[in-house]
Design a protein around this ligand. Structure first.
Ligand SMILES: NC(=O)c1ccc[n+]([C@@H]2O[C@H](COP(=O)([O-])OP(=O)(O)OC[C@H]3O[C@@H](n4cnc5c(N)ncnc54)[C@H](O)[C@@H]3O)[C@@H](O)[C@H]2O)c1
Ligand SMILES: [Zn+2]
Length: 379
């Protein structure tokens, strides 16, 4: 099959790019956001910029982390009643995914009611540097305690505004969680079965930026350059994985996050080592393709990589060192999850992870028993 590479979103990046909102064409906007964005004044700024263009606005500010389908339904009601021709998502991945859910279900609702649906201009303004959701065709919505991935080109934002001033007040813990999510996206896209030269270029740059700037941002949240660069890394990793897909770190993390409500990026970072070891098959005959790829990343980071195995080990060790330096625990047990509850949930979580949209593009196809083993190893 031929490679397909698509980045649908126009990206405005850099400090002050929020002002681009004053150039938007439209008559009515619906802004999906959360209470923190309102409290920090970003929502007011967004509404003012739209109004300066004569665009009236309705707002929905009740998004909660890891949004469930009921929140999407509430936001859909506000959007539908507003008759908006511009949909703005202002917030972290949870907010952007909710707005994507609104778009997805609005089209379905219109078709069921047999009324025409004119797609609004969809603008995403991320306030975290993690999911890359501002440029992806993914939305993660919780239904009955399970995180479901909706994947559809239709929900990818038309415009992404990366103004790192919007990420200025992100709590340090969230900086770490979201930054490790970026690294996971890039690593999974890089070894995915659908990786191409195009996605590799974005994933490589993203890994380099995370290694160069995440630790600095953790130690000095006022470091504006580090904040900008980690935000760029987040967007580039999003561009890579929306084309290449992800892998079982995300499958396992979705199933675990739905059950134990651990922040997405934190769950990923605790699964990284065990999944990389599994993908590389370091304990048996190594997986050449995966190890060569991990080793290429290791060389880009100036780590020892004379052989594919050495490069793989160097990369895994460097990730371990990075995790330690930014205060990430060694396993799920340290997050207060009870061992008994974890063991009891294992089989169901492994089953859910197996069926996840991210599993087919993992470089090694796991069995449920292997997924359970990875969970146990990450405890
Ligand atoms: N759509 C995708 O492509 C994709 C990819 C990866 C993950 N996800 C999903 O995205 C969600 C996680 O998103 P996230 O990691 O961005 O976190 P989040 O959106 O859940 O935000 C985490 C917390 O930080 C707060 N916050 C956000 N921005 C802030 C700011 N600037 N200042 C202060 N506080 C701020 C939020 O209010 C929230 O309490 C999960 O549901 C995950 O499964 C989606
Ligand atoms: Zn993720």
């Amino acid at each position: 099959m031929n490679d397909i590479f698509l980045i649908k979103s126009k990206v405005y990046a850099g400090k002050g790019s929020l002002e681009k909102l004053a150039e938007i064409q439209g008559t009515k906007a619906c802004v999906v956001s959360d209470q923190i964005m309102e409290k920090l004044g970003y929502l007011g700024q967004t509404v003012d910029l739209l109004q300066s263009r004569g665009i009236s606005t309705s707002v929905f500010t009740d998004v909660k982390p890891d949004p469930d389908v009921n929140i999407v339904a509430e936001a859909l009601k506000v959007y539908w009643e507003s008759g908006a021709d511009v949909l703005v998502a202002l917030g972290g991945g949870s907010v952007i995914d909710t707005a994507k859910g609104v778009l997805y279900f609005a089209r379905q609702y219109a078709s069921e009611k047999n009324v025409p649906f004119v797609k609004p201009l969809f603008i995403a303004i991320p306030s975290t540097s993690g999911t890359g959701s501002e440029v992806t065709d993914f939305s993660v919505i919780t239904v009955d305690g399970d995180k479901i991935c909706v994947v559809d080109d239709f929900i990818a934002p038309d415009i992404a505004i990366l103004d790192s001033t919007c990420t200025k007040h992100v709590p340090n813990k969230v900086v770490v969680d979201t930054g490790m999510d970026v690294l996971t996206h890039a690593l999974e896209a890089y070894v995915s079965t659908k990786a191409t030269d195009f996605t590799d270029a974005l994933a490589e740059k993203s890994v380099q930026l995370v290694f160069a700037h995440l630790e600095a941002l953790y130690h000095d949240p006022a470091d504006a350059e580090a904040r900008d660069r980690v935000q760029n890394a987040s967007c580039m990793a999003g561009m890579a994985f929306t084309n290449a897909g992800l892998g079982i770190i995300h499958s396992l993390s979705h199933a675990l996050g739905g059950t134990f409500h651990i922040p997405h990026g934190r769950a990923n970072s605790l699964l990284l080592t065990a999944v990389m070891e599994y993908n590389a098959n370091l304990s048996g005959k190594i997986n050449d393709r995966v190890c060569e790829r991990y080793a290429r990343l290791a060389s880009l980071l100036n780590l020892p990589a004379r052989t594919a195995r050495e490069g793989t080990v160097s990369l895994i060790q460097a990730i371990g060192k990075l995790k330690k330096s930014i205060g990430i625990e060694d396993g799920f047990g340290e997050l207060g999850i009870e061992r008994d509850a974890f063991d009891e949930a294992l089989s169901r979580m492994a089953q859910t992870a197996m069926a996840d949209r991210c599993t087919p593009t993992n470089p090694r196809q796991p069995t449920e028993t292997e997924l359970e083993f990875i969970y146990r190893k990450s405890f």
